[in-house]
Design a binder for this molecule. Structure first.
Ligand code: NAD
Length: 433
């Protein structure tokens, strides 16, 4: 599962060779470690608009190299004013330290009526995605559209983006809307007293999700098929959670889960639909069974479980549903018509259920991972695997924990305004960009 090119390129000799030959030079990404500062340097802020108070709270003061550059672009209401981006960033962008963070805050264009304002705010996407591609050394750039009135709701998102937790998230556009936000009493353990269900939790990304949600204070119910029973118990024990052996596609799975959570926990707060399978074949060679298996695990089961939990009122207020999609669901992929159909369907599920979840004081979002180092990707043929690792702005694959940290941000009670989003955890993959 380890990347030999990454190990080589990060060695002393490898650094010399890759720079001489102009080969990709993947940086060592800074990831969250308890007790360490969120960023390696101070945060410099610029711009002006509705988020002045937020900016003041995050500006730390101090000299370069900077850990983060944050720009409030909500005051920009015509294209001429976009030069404010150049004026702020151009002199300081080279002073951003390794694994630094760029965040631009804007107003959702769809909520504006004046043509120049819509144009100016939409332009921010092109700016941020290009900055993300220019940045080196493991740095990232994101655009956060904050609805009018949702200014206080952006805190959990900024804390995530301005930290090592978002190591493999770059070039993303995130929307934060109005909602009743509950600030956690303790930002180190925002999920204290919350109960989470993670499907496919015995290994890979699911095991990492269970670990991170438990680290943040949740009691995690880890679910997987019986064949994964011993690995599942190991994960559940490690995170101080519970194990449930269940095939998520079985017809009675939704009813059994409703009963389980209502009897033991009086409901569930966080549901992460992570279980997924691949049965890759080009369409002409794909059997009906391969099609059905993938659609059933990756999509139909998620819909049925959501339906069961929502109808029974088992998802508590300020609840969270998170779907695990894939960049294949955005870009498509050869040999994956079944998989990409299912993963695009997950995005449809998020979009269509977001209003209903909001009306219940809850949210539904998805992550779309790119190339993540797991058993699933270890099975990919070597050449395609290496290409998958390199075809992104970070020139390396992500780790399961990168997906898990993104899900933990969605799960945070303070993320009530983060609803209907699909955030790629792909190091700004070129696929589907
Ligand atoms: P994995 O194969 O290591 O783990 C998937 C888990 O789901 C396994 O433990 C499996 O037993 C479980 N599972 C499968 N069918 C199930 C069922 N019917 N009921 C209950 N559990 C079931 O995969 P992973 O790489 O950790 O991927 C996790 C999720 O992330 C999947 O949805 C996958 O499609 C998605 N994803 C992964 C990548 C990647 O690069 N690894 C990229 C994009 C998306």
């Amino acid at each position: 599962m380890s990347d030999p090119y990454l190990r080589f390129a990060q060695s002393g000799f490898g650094r010399f060779v890759t720079s001489r030959l102009g080969l990709p030079r993947p940086a060592r990404l800074r990831r969250h470690r308890p007790g360490q500062p969120a960023l390696a340097g101070p945060v410099l802020t610029g711009g002006s608009g509705r988020l002045d108070a937020v900016l003041k709270a995050h500006a730390t003061g101090g000299d370069a190299p900077y850990g983060g550059l944050v720009f409030d672009a909500t005051g920009i209401d015509n294209p001429e004013q976009l030069r404010g981006l150049h004026a702020f960033f151009s002199p300081v962008i080279r002073k951003l330290g390794p694994c630094g963070r760029v965040v631009v805050l804007g107003t959702p264009p769809e909520e504006l009526t004046s043509v120049p304002a819509v144009v100016a705010q939409r332009s921010l996407e092109g700016f941020v995605r290009s900055v993300a591609k220019e940045l080196r050394a493991g740095s990232t750039a994101q655009l956060v559209y904050v609805s009018e009135g949702a200014e206080p709701n952006v805190e959990s998102t900024l804390r995530f983006l301005l930290s090592a937790k978002s190591a493999y998230v770059s070039g993303q556009v995130i929307r934060v809307g109005a909602a009743e936000v509950v600030e956690p009493l303790d930002w180190e353990h925002p999920l204290a007293d919350r109960v989470a269900l993670v499907t496919g939790a015995s290994r890979g990304i699911g095991a990492a999700i269970a670990e991170v949600l438990a680290r943040d204070g949740a009691h995690v119910v880890c679910l997987d098929i019986a064949a994964q029973g011993s690995e599942l118990s190991e994960v559940a024990n490690r995170v101080g959670g519970s194990a449930v052996q269940m095939d998520i596609t079985s017809p009675d799975a939704p009813a059994k889960l409703v009963e389980y959570f209502q009897l033991r926990h009086e409901g569930v707060d966080i549901v992460v639909h992570n279980a997924g399978i691949t049965r890759d074949k080009t369409l002409a060679k794909m059997t009906e069974a391969q099609w059905d298996a993938v659609l059933s695990v990756n999509l139909a089961s998620q819909l049925r479980v959501n339906d069961g939990l929502l109808k029974a009122g088992a998802l508590r207020r300020n609840g969270r549903i998170v779907g695990v999609s894939s960049i294949a669901g955005i870009a498509g992929n050869v040999g994956q018509t079944n998989y990409a159909t299912s993963k695009a369907g997950v995005i449809g599920m998020v979009r269509s259920l977001a209003p209903e979840l909001a009306s219940r004081g809850s949210t539904i979002n998805a992550v779309a991972p790119g190339f993540i180092e797991t058993k699933m990707t270890a099975a990919v043929p070597l050449f395609i695997r290496q290409a998958g690792r390199l075809m992104n702005s970070m020139s390396q694959g992500g780790l399961p924990v990168d997906v898990a940290e993104t899900i933990a941000w969605y799960a945070n009670p303070a993320s009530a305004g983060v609803n209907g989003n699909v955030v790629r955890v792909c190091g700004q993959s070129l696929l589907g960009a």
